[in-house]
Design a protein around this ligand. Structure first.
Ligand code: HEM
Length: 477
């Protein structure tokens, strides 16, 4: 039996805990998930509303139905959107056998295959994640964060000045170079320029609505048909994927020849053995490497682009950020990174967990096959927690750590983003380098609309900017 909290407090010489832990929790009636409210609109209409203005649709559902509601915009799939921090915590802490994460990542299968970390569950996920931790923490983390500084200085120095540019591809190439460091470390493959171009071409599919369709699962006949259909990006995707696969295989073969192993991800992957003693296959290596190049870039790029969007529209806060940086402090910079991830979580509603065995969360019993979705978008923008949530206001996070179950851009539990600290470092480093060296001149007056780009949400058209060089005096050199 667990010791009573009061006994523990007394044993450690503390006063009595003000909460009576012996009190029985109030009886709650467990209801079946069929009783969770939700719009009575048909599937097509829900999908149309989601596609037309997802944020408004979700906010309206929350207003009408409360902190959790049911949506059914995909035939045969019931989504339960959750926004109560206790219920979100219960989802993140649920046993691995009750809720699966991997099985609900189908739309990304076309990039990652299904043997990478994001697709694994239960024991396989645990083992892979444990092995990979060495390439994210400790000495590896220090190596990566040091490299991010140089990669960022080099990138910003090369970005065009005094011309109208779309920031997205520039930021994306920079983020790819960071993940190159995570994956390959100091032994950069000799085909990296080709691999970088191939990855950028492959991810162009994210600019089409097709990106979130599971077209990998189409029949060969449908694949042939869709390849001929213009404006879907599918043909180019299928042309680019084997090219990228071959370049990754070449890079792996080169590493095996060089034989140098360290704490980079490829080294760690090459050292993994399955229970039967076999090492990871070429497909498994590819899937894991692709997981990093997709999961670790599209998200960070979204956050950096939103940071540029917000600061380019807010001269006062930009001046405040610059003043702080000039003083050698970084509290406001960190608060800005937290705020951008609050206001514009790159993955607004992508934390789906599939119910594998009946589970009670809150007062609801969910059934196998249903999808539980903690909504980062709704939670991070709750006006009771974050007054005037539409305002970009880094001050909210000055001296305040974001809550583990109320600020969830990185998800949570055993599948919480592995690159969260790297991502925060990237956002901070890029923001600092940019605001120190350039002035932003907006090409478009109006605030950028939030538009989907594959799994993430980004500012429409980039944002587009003219980067004006700051004079040495203005930059504080
Ligand atoms: C702002 C940037 C980023 C955001 C918002 C973000 C967000 C997320 C989210 C929401 C998840 C799913 C978490 C869950 O299911 O609970 C995830 C998973 C993951 N992310 Fe990130 N991510 C970012 C950057 C990165 C970076 C830079 C890397 C790699 C260096 C990375 C690697 C991963 C991996 C490997 C997973 C799968 C974890 C697992 O299944 O165990 N992410 N990320």
């Amino acid at each position: 039996m667990n010791p009573d909290a009061n006994d523990v407090a007394a044993e450690h010489g503390g006063g009595r805990c003000p909460v009576d832990h012996t009190a029985k929790p109030a009886e709650t009636t467990v209801i079946p998930s069929s009783q969770v409210p939700g719009p009575s609109l048909g599937q097509r209409e829900q999908l149309a509303q989601w596609a037309q203005n997802r944020t408004a649709f979700l906010n309206e559902c929350k207003r009408l139905y409360g902190s959790k509601f049911k949506l059914g915009f995909v035939p045969g799939v019931e989504f339960f959107i959750l926004t109560d921090p206790d219920e979100v915590k219960a989802v993140f802490q649920a046993p691995r056998t009750s809720l699966h994460c991997g099985t609900s990542n189908g739309a990304l299968e076309k990039f990652f295959g299904h043997t990478g970390l994001a697709f694994l569950d239960e024991g396989e996920h645990l083992a892979r994640r444990k092995a990979l931790t060495r390439s994210f923490k400790g000495a590896a983390f220090n190596r990566i964060t040091e490299a991010v500084e140089q990669i960022t200085v080099d990138a910003v120095a090369q970005w065009p000045r005094d011309e109208d540019v779309d920031m997205h591809p520039l930021v994306h190439r920079w983020a790819m170079n960071v993940i190159r460091e995570v994956v390959f470390g100091r032994v950069v493959p000799s085909n990296w320029p080709q691999l970088l171009d191939g990855l950028m071409d492959l991810l162009e599919i994210n600019t089409y609505p097709t990106a979130m369709i599971m077209f990998d699962r189409w029949s060969p006949a449908k694949k042939r048909l869709m390849k001929r259909r213009p404006g879907t990006g599918v043909k180019d995707f299928w042309r680019n994927r084997p090219r990228v696969d071959a370049l990754i295989a070449e890079a792996v073969a080169e590493r095996l020849e060089v034989g140098e192993l360290g704490n980079d991800m490829l080294s760690v992957l090459l050292g993994i053995t399955h229970e039967d003693g076999t090492t990871l296959s070429g497909v498994e290596l590819r899937d894991e490497i692709m997981t990093m190049f997709v999961a670790g870039t599209v998200t960070t790029v979204s956050a950096v682009c939103w940071s540029i969007e917000h600061f380019s529209r807010d001269p006062e806060r930009l001046a405040k950020l610059r003043a702080e940086i000039a003083e050698g402090s970084s509290e406001y910079l960190t608060a800005a990174a937290h705020e951008v991830l609050r206001k514009n979580p790159p993955l607004p509603n992508n934390l789906a967990r599939q119910v594998m065995e009946p589970i009670v969360i809150g007062n609801v019993r969910y059934e196998p096959g249903q999808l539980l979705v903690p909504s980062a978008e709704l939670m991070n923008n709750d006006p009771e927690r974050y007054p005037e949530p539409d305002e970009f206001r880094p001050e909210r996070f000055l001296g305040v750590q974001p809550g583990q179950y109320t600020w969830i851009p990185f998800g949570g539990g055993h599948t919480r983003c592995m690159g969260d600290q790297i991502a925060i470092h990237e956002i901070r480093t890029m923001l600092r380098e940019l605001v120190t060296n350039v002035d932003f001149e907006r090409v478009e007056e109006d605030p950028a609309k939030a538009v989907p780009r594959g799994p993430v949400v980004v500012p429409q058209r980039g944002p587009r900017m003219v980067l004006r060089p700051r004079t040495a005096v203005a930059a504080g050199h």
